[in-house]
Design a protein around this ligand. Structure first.
Ligand SMILES: Cc1cc2nc3c(=O)[nH]c(=O)nc-3n(C[C@H](O)[C@H](O)[C@H](O)COP(=O)(O)OP(=O)(O)OC[C@H]3O[C@@H](n4cnc5c(N)ncnc54)[C@H](O)[C@@H]3O)c2cc1C
Length: 425
């Protein structure tokens, strides 16, 4: 009989872990508290079209395309137009540095990376991204490229972000598995379509998916009592409440609790606004990022229909607010978001177009803040032998990385179960 494993949470982490565990021969049971799978990644409907609440696609790297193909999942590649990404410096531009600033940057990069190879000798431990940038980039590159770029992914402050967690992995040699075949892929209508297809495929493979589960705490407790591995594929906040009562059971669980307690989570608000038309053909592309120096309230904007070339009746934009430097965002009213979007559109698009509809998703504790404190916390963390944590707070934010971690987790659990069989023989 195959060994049982329980997974709490049917977001991207839980579903992908379920697939790899099933492939390793486990009897997989998934328990989700919501009515649908997907977690943060949801698709919702407005009178003017659908909108998405978190990640809208996944990088089309070789290993991801293989994963989707193996599962028979149908996907939609991003459009060529989405290759155009903008950064705001007075106006939206594809390259925000001036000619002389670009030359200064090229010079500094050649000296540091190609001649001195400083990035290979540097000690990343305890070094913030801002301090790293002071050594390797110019002031303008830090301000107009690095800061908005990282804000767009991590919603963090570069003075606090850890270069060991964020910059160092960029220089690690990657296998051809990580080569990009397509920039980004999504489902036919939304990224959530992909998660729905994964769910259906898992069910056909015999994975049990239980929605609207209200007793995850008991399931975790029972799993530990029966020595059944249990994976908490929830946010760090939800994992913390699941282990809170169990922490006195053994030192390993206490360590897990203490690790989760220290994780700082930052708020994000995503606002999808619908318009009659695109602001101007000039800005047809992926969207724009706004450096802090430009003084806009939102962090950036996505041009939803352009990215995946989807048929649509109305133009929709998703504006992202919040992050580590703006925790008060969660208290902003709908009217304040509307005002902030209108002000930003006037500045960047010179447009006063009417907002036909606006859908707001407020995530109070959305993303882990990859700070130096988190670097230290992670360095001391050790997985419990039976209760495994799984989620973006253990690695990087991107959903593409979650797939890699799901595969690793399934492989590690398989190894442990083989060891157990050998021990009992
Ligand atoms: C606005 C926004 C935009 C983003 N954009 C991108 C992007 O462009 N690219 C990218 O790669 N990433 C992006 N992300 C991040 C990405 O969406 C997340 O990293 C990813 O969705 C996390 O998936 P997860 O399964 O780990 O967690 P979650 O999605 O949080 O799923 C956890 C699941 O666990 C369930 N759960 C919790 N507690 C219990 C319980 N007690 N019992 C049962 N079930 C429980 C929840 O209901 C949920 O379904 C974005 C995030 C946000 C907020």
């Amino acid at each position: 009989m195959s060994k049982k494993v329980n997974i709490i949470g049917a977001g991207f982490s839980g579903l992908t872990a379920a697939y790899y565990l099933q492939q390793q021969g486990f009897d997989v049971h998934v328990y989700e508290k919501a009515e649908t799978v997907g977690g943060l990644i949801q698709k919702k409907q407005s009178d003017y079209g659908f909108y998405e609440t978190a990640a809208n696609g996944i990088m089309g790297q070789a290993h991801i395309i293989k994963f989707l193909d193996d599962l028979g999942v149908k996907y939609r590649p991003s459009s060529d137009k989405a290759k155009k990404r903008f950064i705001l410096r007075e106006r939206l531009t594809r390259w925000p540095l001036k000619f002389v600033e670009t030359l200064k940057l090229i010079f500094k990069v050649i000296i540091n990376f190609l001649i001195l190879k400083k990035h290979k000798k540097i000690n990343y431990s305890g070094l913030s991204v801002a301090k790293w940038a002071e050594q390797f980039l110019t002031i303008e590159a830090k301000k107009y490229l690095l800061e908005p770029g990282l804000k767009g992914i991590y919603a963090g402050s570069i003075d606090e972000l850890s270069s060991q967690l964020i910059i160092q992995p960029l220089f690690k040699k990657k296998s051809s598995n990580y080569k990009s075949i397509i920039p980004l892929v999504s489902g036919h209508n939304s990224f959530h379509d992909i998660l729905d297809q994964i769910k259906e495929r898992l069910i056909s493979l015999g994975v049990q998916i239980n929605l609207q589960t209200a007793n995850a705490e008991q399931i975790v407790e029972q799993s530990l009592a029966e020595k059944t591995p249990v994976i908490l594929a929830t946010s760090a906040k939800d994992a913390l409440s699941l282990v809170e009562k169990l922490r006195e059971q053994d030192q390993g669980l206490k360590n897990v609790f203490n690790f989760l307690k220290q994780i700082e989570l930052v708020p994000i608000v995503s606002v999808t606004a619908f318009f009659k038309d695109l602001p101007s053909d000039q800005y047809i592309g992926f969207g724009g990022l706004f450096p802090q120096a430009e003084g806009l309230k939102p962090l950036g904007v996505l041009m939803n229909n352009v990215i995946f070339n989807r048929p649509h009746s109305y133009h929709s934009e998703t504006w992202i607010f919040g992050g580590a430097f703006d925790s008060a965002v969660i208290q902003m009213t709908d009217a304040q978001f509307k005002e902030a979007i209108q002000a930003a559109r006037r500045k960047i698009f010179q447009s006063d177009a009417e907002i036909l509809d606006m859908k707001i998703t407020r995530w109070d504790k959305a993303l882990p803040h990859f700070t130096l404190k988190h670097e230290n916390n992670l360095a001391q963390f050790k997985q419990h032998p039976l209760l495994k944590l799984h989620g973006n707070y253990l690695n990087v934010i991107g959903v593409s990385k979650i797939i890699v971690e799901s595969q690793k987790l399934a492989h590690d659990l398989k190894e442990v179960s083989i060891q157990e069989i050998l021990k009992n023989q």
